[in-house]
Design a protein around this ligand. Sequence first.
Ligand SMILES: [Zn+2]
Length: 82
Amino acid sequence: MSECPDCSCSDFDKCLRILNLLLDDEADETQEEFFYSHIDKCIVCFSHYNAEKQIRELLKRKLQKRKVPSQLALDIRNKIVQ
Ligand SMILES: [Zn+2]
């Protein structure tokens, strides 16, 4: 989990940590600022951000309707992160 497969991002671990905080609404202002200015420049973290966001939305929908196959979130993650 600590190695980014194809990435030139030197802060990948930190970004991932903040990304998860953000999506859980637990990031503080400093972390938020850091992250959003970072994904302006860093396509790796930007695509992770989008992928994670979509996965969260899917999971939310799944919890509401219980109809989305659990494999789907994984498929989407693979498609986007590749
Ligand atoms: Zn990055």
